[in-house]
Design a protein around this ligand. Structure first.
Ligand code: PLP
Length: 435
């Protein structure tokens, strides 16, 4: 196989049958669409190239910088494409949460701008959010930026409607699968493939997977965030289901250990979610059915993510005082106080947000300990005296609830979470100060 350009290798990824002895479904043939085999390593290579390609003409001559609001695979693919075409690339994000991906982006020559955003992903309706303001700035012309705009760019979806979807049909001998399962980030891949499959066979069932509330699976949205994304259309999905980080890792382990597929957490999540859904229909089937799920990227970039959640996999001792051990139910029942009560708080206030966000606006008198530093402190035991009341603060009150649950479990009797976080504080008109 000979190619003139690395971008010619994007797409035409294999469809691999999962051994029924491994997945255990009696009446359904299950296939993995191997998007991890794209040249820059993920499903986002297709979207990145489709979005960047029409913007390249004249960009280098104008001295433009390519820019995208991404902290993951889209940024990675665009960094390579920009470099290949002589453009600088800048990734704008609220927070880079996966260290290997941040390091890889820097290695690829990307500049990274971490903004003090409120949530992890863009919320276009929140005009106060610096990430939203950055997005609006990029939308105005003459900025010196080439903005691929993955959250709103139809070419993101078209790359999959015209590429990934038809490839699946071709590899299934001209038939659309009965079930299609994919994790949802921008919704480009799931939405685009769904369109192609339904244009061929309107009753193809589409299952979208997102992370649960308060959970984190790198690359995809939580059930709360997903509706904020521009391309997301709830009508695309017959069913929108959640997977936990723990389930995604279980799926990943089965793929890497039993199927020879070195999938990352969202590939694992799609596999786990596909099996859970398909098991509910499998027994009642009288004819064979076909299902396809997407393997978005590879496992190697997520070793630190896996290590922190499953130290046992790395022959490390379990970390009972890790926030990753806090269940959603524990977080929901963690003691919290509202803004009115918090305004009269006299104890310590710990703000868990990133330093940019803290500097921009914070509760007067609070101290800033970012949640990753806080997590490391807790590994050594309780960092505060039990007699000292502590109020934990984060953007929306979700991270702080998890840490509150953990600190209570560790024996601290008077730690609370600020319900609704800094956003609730701001919305109530309470004072925030700036450094
Ligand atoms: C690892 C991973 N999985 C899944 C997705 C979801 O893809 P999409 O944005 O097409 O919904 C992404 C998107 O960035 C991703 O990085």
């Amino acid at each position: 196989m000979r190619y003139d350009d690395i971008t010619d290798v994007i797409g035409n990824t294999p469809l691999i049958r999962i051994d029924p002895a491994v997945h255990g479904l009696a009446n359904i043939d299950l296939y993995a669409k191997m998007e991890m085999l794209n040249p820059f390593g993920s499903v986002k290579d297709r979207a990145a190239w489709a979005m960047a390609r029409p913007l390249l003409a004249g960009a280098r001559e104008r001295g433009d910088t390519m820019v995208e609001l991404s902290s993951g695979n889209t940024a990675k693919a665009l960094a390579v494409i920009a470099g290949r075409h002589g453009l600088p690339f800048k990734s704008v994000t609220n927070r880079m949460k996966v260290p290997e991906i941040k390091e890889l982006l820097l290695l690829l020559g990307a500049a990274i701008e971490e903004l003090p955003g409120q949530a992890e992903c863009l919320d276009p309706t929140d005009t106060e959010d610096p990430l939203t303001r950055m997005h609006q700035r990029l939308a105005s012309t003459g900025t010196g930026y080439v903005h691929t705009d993955q959250y709103f760019n139809e070419l993101n979806m078209e790359a999959h409607r015209l590429g990934t979807g038809p490839e699946i049909i071709k590899d299934l001998d001209g038939r659309a699968p009965d079930y299609f399962v994919a994790c949802v980030g921008t919704a480009g891949s799931s939405g685009g493939v769904a369109r192609a499959l339904r244009e061929h066979t309107p009753d193809t069932r589409v299952i979208g997977l997102v992370a649960g509330k308060n959970d984190f699976i790198p690359g995809i949205r939580t059930i709360d965030e997903v509706h904020e994304v521009g391309l997301f259309d709830p009508d695309v999905y017959d069913s929108l289901e959640t997977v936990t980080a723990h389930e995604a890792i279980e799926g990943l382990l089965s793929l890497v250990r039993r199927s020879g597929i070195l999938a990352g957490p969202t590939g694992g999540g799609a596999y786990f979610g596909a099996l859970r859904h398909l098991r509910t229909v499998d027994a009642g089937l009288t004819e064979r059915r076909t299902a396809v799920f997407i393997v978005c990227d590879r496992v190697e970039s997520y070793l630190s993510y896996l290590r922190s959640r499953r130290p046992d996999l790395f022959a490390l001792p379990a970390r009972p005082d890790s926030v990753d051990t806090v269940t959603a139910a524990e977080a929901l029942s963690a003691p919290a106080i509202g803004v009115a009560e918090a305004r009269m708080w006299t104890g310590l206030v710990v703000d868990l947000r990133g330093p940019h966000a803290f500097r921009a606006l914070h509760i007067d008198g609070s101290v800033n300990i970012t949640d990753d530093v806080f997590a490391a402190m807790l590994a050594g035991g309780l960092p505060f005296s039990k007699s000292r009341p502590v109020l934990l603060v984060c953007p929306l009150g979700e991270r702080s609830a998890r840490y509150t649950a953990l600190l209570r479990r560790m024996g601290h009797p008077s730690v609370f979470s600020l319900s609704g976080g800094v956003i609730a504080w701001r919305d109530a008109g309470a004072e925030l100060v700036r450094d």
